[in-house]
Each structure stands twice: as C-alpha cells, then as structure tokens.
Design a protein around this ligand. Structure first.
Ligand SMILES: CC(=O)N[C@H]1[C@@H](OP(=O)(O)OP(=O)(O)OC[C@H]2O[C@@H](n3ccc(=O)[nH]c3=O)[C@H](O)[C@@H]2O)O[C@H](CO)[C@@H](O)[C@@H]1O[C@H](C)C(=O)N[C@@H](C)C(=O)N[C@@H](CCC(=O)O)C(=O)O
Ligand SMILES: Nc1ncnc2c1ncn2[C@@H]1O[C@H](COP(=O)(O)OP(=O)(O)OP(=O)(O)O)[C@@H](O)[C@H]1O
Length: 414
C-alpha cells in the first residue's frame, strides 16, 4: 500500500494506492523511492487545486531546482482548463520551492517486458494489438476498479493487473463546501503510479496509447495561450516525463505512446477491423467516475460518444455502428448541437478527450459523400456549414505524423 500525505489549510488529506506487487521482488529500491516521490508530487495536484494556496512546502524529501520547475509546469499546463473555467489567474500561482539536493538516476536491471495501461476504450486496444503483431506478450493494467476495463481485458486475454486508487474522501467534502474544483491532469497521475508498478514488478516499458490529436489545444485563452484538456496525454508531457524518468529515476525504463504518430481517425480506421472488441469496449467517460459507472457502456450524449461515433462512421456501416452504440446518433436531430460543437466553428472544442476539429470536419465531409450516411439528419443538416470552414482531407489525416518517442523496432508499417 502506498500512502501519500498532504495538508491543505490545516486539513490532513491522504491518497492511497494499492499496487499488485506481491511476488514482484523490486530490483531497484533507490529508483522505486524516486518514483514514489514523483507519484506523491503529481497526485498532489488534486489537493492543491482545492485551495490554490499561495505557497507550497515539503516535509521530508523536497524537489531539486529542476524538479521544482518541472512540477510548476505540470501544475500550470495540467490545470490550465481548471484555471480557465474558474477564472483564476495562473500568473499569481504558487511556485514550487527548490529545497532538495539534486537527485540522480540509477541503473536498474529490468527485464524486456511491456506494461500496457488500459482505459477500456479503442486506443489501448489498438496499442495492445500493435504490440502483439510485433511479437510481444504485454501485460495490461488498469488504475481504478472499473468493471468495464476488466471485461475488456478478459476479451483481450492478457495477464491483467489492477492498481486500486483511493482519493481522500475529504476532497469531496471540500467540494461540497465550495472548494475550487475542475479537471486534473489525470494521465500524469496514472503514469506516475504505473512507473512505480513497472519498477516494482519488473517492466522496462510502459506503453501508452496517447494519440497525436491530444496535442491540439481545446481552445486558446484571451491572451492566446493554449488550454488543453488533454495536456497530460500530449507529446509535450510525454517528453517531460521521459526526461524526469531518465534524469531522476532510471535510464532503463521507457514510457512512451505507441500511437503518438496517429490521429484519432487513423486509430478508428484500425479499430474498425478489430471486431472482437466491438461488443465490449467503451470510450464514454461516464463509465469511469470514482464512485462507479453512471452509464451502461455508452451514454450516447456526451462529447466522447459523439466524437467516437463520428470518427468510426467513415470506416463502418450504420448497422454495425448502431450495434455498438445501441442507436444511430447521426440519425437523431436532438444530437445536432453536440456534433456541431466538435467542428469548433467558434474556435473551441468541448472539454473532453475528443480529436482535432479538423478530424471531425473531415469525417463529416466523408459521410456527406457516402450513400450509407449522407441522409442521416445530423449529416445532412451540418454538411453545409463545412463550406465556410477549413476542411482537411481524411486520407491526409490518416497518415502518421512525424514527432514521436517510439523505439525504432516498434516502428514497422501499420
Ligand atoms: C469521469 C470523469 O470524467 N471525471 C471528471 C469529473 O469528475 P466527477 O466529479 O464527475 O467524478 P469523479 O471522476 O468521480 O471525481 C470526483 C471528484 O474527485 C476529484 N478528483 C477526481 C480524480 C482525480 O484524480 N482528482 C480529483 O481531484 C474531483 O474533485 C472530482 O470532482 O469532473 C471532474 C472535474 O471537472 C474531473 O476532474 C474528473 O476527471 C477525472 C479526474 C478523470 O478521471 N477523468 C478522466 C476520465 C479523463 O478526463 N480522461 C481523459 C484524459 C485526459 C487527461 O489525461 O487529462 C480522457 O481520456 O478523456
Ligand atoms: N483507468 C485507467 N487505467 C490505466 N490506464 C488508463 C486508464 N484510463 C486511461 N488510461 C490510459 O491513458 C491513455 C489515455 O486514455 P484514453 O481514454 O484516451 O484511451 P482509451 O480508453 O484506450 O481510448 P478512448 O480514446 O477510446 O477512450 C491510454 O493509454 C489509456 O490506456
């Protein structure tokens, strides 16, 4: 059990992680200690945001100057949506004190094994199947108890691990009393817990399924600065995390996304062919609340349901997609505003993990030319609005982007 302690305005708060490490036999206790520091400091974002106190202090080990600057960047970028929605001025935010001695990485003898985080959606399944095509036998892992992810792992047939996480109940009490609340960089927290697990159980790679599309800002604020709901899924954060691991933990563990070159459309095209998962996966975040699922796989009304439906549609028939979602969302006129918001006509997308606005536009353009889809109410109503917009070509969006941190031997053509 990992217990992390925080204090906010005199209130003691504690977060717990239960890691499946029995029989693991950690080979590298110094690296594990350093990874626990990272987890402590990244998970602290949930508690700091509740009060945004003007100063931060550490008891025990404290970050060194480089780490302090890194953490300040994570809290600023990872909480940009939170700040924008609450009207908070990030320029006035606390900086991290740099009291600690410089920390160094140590060598660890980790076996050549991949740990694949599973979110229950299409992306991690595409990542898993790519690794399998390259001859790997990955172990999958979920953070949290979501039953849906376990079901997906069962169909995938992987050895599957579960990291249990307990956010302090005091946070919900603070929220009820009107504390600041909003989105946190959840993938940064999950990644830190996965690094601890990788060291404790002996994996030399944590292979994420974060897509190229996650780099696009959700909107730009009045000063032109990007506000990205998906900051901790971006290449910028992946690069930051890689630097932290290599510099402060161990150079022998890599954390990267095997889907980094791919936009959502390319991933959906690949996923359309993975039919054995169509009846079990879900990308709808209403499945993943701390107190359990609030839907039965697809709520059918949220931005993720809209985006995934739209992005899969060019590669599937209405019958097959209706079979997955339980309804043809594009035939339902009541869903028009939700689909329109994905086009970012006013420059902003919904605050959710949806693909690029250009992808939504390209998918809609493809559907308006497709006899299977063009007469659906939403498609025929929205297609004329594309005339005033920049609409990229779907084929171009399906080509791999350049920047990535994927090891060479995993870069075979997909
Ligand atoms: C499921 C979801 O979307 N949750 C967001 C939602 O929270 P809500 O109150 O409706 O439910 P809970 O998730 O159960 O959280 C209860 C409160 O607990 C606090 N909290 C939770 C987790 C955490 O790590 N830190 C926290 O402080 C918070 O006060 C919650 O209110 O709305 C919240 C506020 O906007 C969001 O913060 C919740 O988002 C979760 C942290 C979450 O897990 N979201 C993922 C499903 C998510 O957005 N994944 C993205 C990845 C983007 C990224 O990496 O940043 C995606 O794949 O779509
Ligand atoms: N609860 C979780 N436990 C472990 N990893 C997670 C969890 N939720 C998300 N992830 C991982 O974080 C990354 C981003 O999540 P994301 O929700 O985009 O992926 P997904 O669920 O696989 O696909 P989709 O985009 O269809 O929802 C992926 O690598 C995913 O596997």
């Amino acid at each position: 059990m990992v217990e992390l302690f925080y204090r906010l305005d005199g209130i003691e708060l504690q977060e717990r992680f239960r890691l499946p490490i029995e029989g693991g036999g950690c080979r590298c206790p110094e690296a594990l200690d350093a990874a626990l520091d990272l987890l402590h400091w990244t998970a602290g974002v949930s508690y700091w945001k509740a009060g945004c106190p003007p100063s931060i202090a550490f008891e025990g080990r404290a970050p060194d100057a480089w780490q302090a600057a890194w953490l300040a960047r994570l809290y600023r970028e990872g909480l940009a949506e939170f700040a924008w929605r609450n009207g908070l001025d990030q320029d006035a935010w606390a900086t991290f004190p740099a009291g600690g001695a410089p920390s160094g990485a140590v060598r660890c003898r980790l076996p050549r094994r991949s740990l694949v985080p599973m979110g229950g959606g299409k992306d991690s399944l595409v990542a898993l199947e790519r690794l399998r095509r390259r001859g790997e036998q990955p172990v999958t892992v979920q953070v949290g108890r979501a039953a849906l992810i376990r079901q997906v792992a069962e169909v995938a047939g992987t050895p599957h691990l579960v990291i249990e996480r307990e956010v302090d109940a005091g946070l919900a009490a603070l929220n009820r009393q009107g504390a600041w609340n909003g989105h946190v960089p959840i993938t940064a927290i999950n990644a830190s817990a996965l690094i601890v697990l990788a060291l404790a159980r002996g994996f030399d790679r944590v292979v994420f399924a974060n897509e190229h599309s996650a780099d696009e800002a959700t909107l730009h604020d009045e000063r032109g600065r990007p506000v990205n709901h998906q900051f901790s899924k971006s290449l910028e954060f992946e690069t930051m995390l890689g630097e932290w691991v290599g510099r402060c933990i161990t150079p022998d563990l890599s954390v990267f996304s095997i889907l980094r070159r791919d936009r959502e459309l390319a991933i959906c095209r690949e996923f359309a062919g993975l039919e054995r998962y169509h009846g079990v996966f879900s990308s709808c975040n209403r499945n993943f609340h701390l107190d359990g699922a609030r839907t039965d796989r697809w709520c059918g009304h949220c931005p993720k349901c809209h985006f995934v439906f739209l992005a899969l549609a060019p590669f599937m028939s209405p019958e097959a997609l209706t079979g997955i979602f339980g309804a043809n969302l594009l035939a339902d006129g009541g869903q028009l505003p939700g689909f329109r918001s994905l086009l970012a006509i006013d420059g902003a997308k919904p605050f959710e993990c949806v693909g690029e606005a250009g992808e939504a536009r390209a998918a809609l353009a493809a559907l308006s030319a497709d006899p299977r889809w063009r007469d659906c109410t939403v498609v025929s109503a929205l297609a004329p609005s594309l005339a005033d917009l920049d609409v990229p070509e779907l084929d171009r969006l399906c080509r791999p982007a350049r920047a990535h941190r994927i090891p060479d031997e995993l870069l075979a053509d997909d």
